[in-house]
Ligand binder design. Structure first.
Ligand code: NAD
Length: 513
């Protein structure tokens, strides 16, 4: 039997957020979110148990908050079959009707924003303000794609001969397997599913093992919004079951498309599995974002951008700045101002505390990775200006390192934690070369007030997303996706829906000239 462990959660709430006003504590708690807490899988419009359960932990305390049905390959196959059957009718539902359902789902997310945010905070550790922001962001994809659903236009093309007409028709691709990470437990699902459902596809979602509750809450609201049975299925599973469930989702012949967000290594495993049946694939993979501050930059603005792009979700986003490159003329001033901003703006604590800006990392291993990067950098000559230590459990001190060089671990691999390694550079060419010396290219940021330089650097950076004098970029209106080993395809924007469509060429011949 799967179960939500509310009594333990209540004890936990009393222990952790000391100083939190009682009304606030009651407001952002799992108790209050209980109507949306589901612990069974969701297949063909029904809640389904499994032979066993797996625990979901609060990363801030390590305590169990729920036990969720541990699906295996058999349940995953049932979900694929259900999605395939539902596709036969969903693809014929008019674009306007699909749009109305998505819009209703959006409205429900906004109505239950506080409860959904509480679930995120307790299962992934994110500070409550950011969790509220994630729900708005998550809902915005349902809103955006409810609008895009009605704009899936084909083309009528001038033919090369007078006796024929050429039409390019867009059709939904079929069943899509959606595999998502823990760091945006809600938004990474809607960014894909909004586009898929708008296009007329049906989906099977496998959420990350750390954060299945947000996905299941989305399923509850999908049902309330009138998403038909089988169109949106959720197959939660433990890390142990993940490879066998993943195999079904990536190899079953009834699945036409896989869309994955997660690490580059896992993406490669899934792509190899999907190759046998030649499935269409979208991959949103790891990043290693450079953040460049040129001498001409407005330093205060650059510091604001650095704070926003580095410390969101305690540094655990794929677009977080990972390598800071600062030009010699501005280097000392930038370090001094950034250090002051870190002191005054960052508060480490449980995510449900209203003043917390830095929650825990997802688990102890994640904190250990940051510690290793810091000690490697220090052993090679970097200087710790702030922080540097691991705190209780998986909490990390926000850390600022100076005198970092390109041979250090933290400049070679994604950190996924609250570490700012700062490299000094002299010329634009040098900065661009260091920024591009990576096998991945998702986001990049730079600060400059020199217009010529801005255009040169935008064009030279090998990334899919570039922020010029701006540290927060994600929005449903724009594309999201990377180059090199950061992935394949784009999400959001008017292009996101194309990932779920096929273009069929119709040649209508035999017409009288
Ligand atoms: P991960 O690759 O370990 O896991 C992501 C998902 O893949 C989880 O659901 C996991 O259960 C699943 N998975 C792992 N092995 C699998 C297998 N064999 N078959 C099927 N599913 C499998 O990544 P993570 O640690 O959860 O997330 C962090 C990574 O995600 C970082 O590298 C980050 O940059 C990246 N990320 C990228 C984006 C983006 O849009 N580009 C967004 C968020 C996170």
């Amino acid at each position: 039997m799967s179960a939500v462990c509310l009594p333990r959660t209540c004890r936990l709430l009393r222990q952790v957020p000391r100083g939190l006003p009682a009304a606030m504590r009651r407001h952002f708690s799992l108790d209050v979110a209980a109507p949306l807490l589901r612990t069974q899988g969701f297949v063909n419009g029904r809640w389904v148990s499994a032979a066993s359960v797996f625990p979901v932990l609060d990363p801030a305390t390590g305590q169990e908050i729920a036990r969720v049905a541990d699906f295996g390959p058999a349940e995953a196959k049932q979900a694929v079959d259900a999605a395939h059957e539902a596709f036969q009718s969903w693809k014929h539902v008019t674009a306007k009707e699909r749009s109305v359902v998505l819009r209703k789902w959006f409205d429900l997310l906004m109505l239950h924003r506080d409860d959904l945010a509480s679930i995120i905070t307790f299962e992934c550790g994110k500070p409550i303000r950011e969790s509220l922001g994630e729900i708005s962001y998550s809902a915005s994809f349902l809103e955006w794609f409810s609008e895009e659903a009605r704009r899936i236009y084909g083309d009528i093309v001038p033919p090369p001969a007078r006796d024929r007409k050429i039409l390019l028709l867009k059709q939904p691709i079929g069943v899509a397997s959606i595999i998502t990470p823990w760091n945006f437990p809600s938004a990474m699902i809607t960014r894909k599913v909004g586009a898929a459902l708008a296009a007329g596809c049906t989906v099977v979602v496998k959420p990350a093992e750390d954060t299945p509750l947000s996905a299941l809450a989305l399923a509850e609201l999908a049902a309330q919004a009138g998403v038909p049975a089988g169109v949106f299925n959720v197959v939660p599973c433990s890390r142990d079951q993940t490879p066998s469930v993943g195999r079904v989702l990536c190899t079953d012949p009834l699945v036409a498309k896989i869309s994955f967000t997660g690490s580059t290594n896992t993406g490669k495993v899934l792509l190899k599995m999907a190759a046998d049946t030649v499935k269409k694939a979208s991959m949103e993979l790891g990043g290693h974002a450079p953040f460049i501050v040129f001498d001409s930059a407005d330093v205060d603005r650059a510091v604001g951008g650095a704070m926003a792009s580095k410390f969101r979700n305690s540094g655990q986003t794929c677009v977080c700045s990972n390598r800071f490159l600062v030009q010699s003329g501005i280097y000392e001033r930038f370090l001094e101002k950034l250090g002051r901003a870190m002191d005054s703006e960052l508060r480490v604590g449980h995510g449900s505390e209203p003043h917390t800006t830095q929650g825990p990392l997802i688990n102890a291993g994640a904190a250990e990775k940051v510690v290793q990067q810091i000690s490697d950098a220090v052993s090679r000559g970097a200087k710790v200006l702030k922080g540097g230590k691991r705190l209780d459990g998986s909490f990390m001190e926000p850390t600022l390192l100076a005198d970092v060089t390109a041979d250090m671990l933290c400049t070679k691999e994604e950190t996924f934690g609250p570490l700012v390694p700062v490299i000094r550079f002299d010329t634009e060419e040098e900065a661009v070369a260091v920024a591009n010396a990576s096998s991945v290219g998702l986001a990049g940021y730079f600060y400059s007030q020199d217009v010529g330089q801005i255009w040169r650097v935008v064009e030279a950076l090998e990334v899919g997303i570039v922020g010029v004098n701006e540290g927060l970029l994600s929005t449903p209106e724009a594309t999201f996706g990377g180059v090199k080993q950061s992935g394949l395809g784009r999400e959001g924007s008017k292009y996101g829906i194309d990932e779920y469509l096929e273009v069929k060429y119709m040649c209508f011949g035999g017409l009288d000239p």
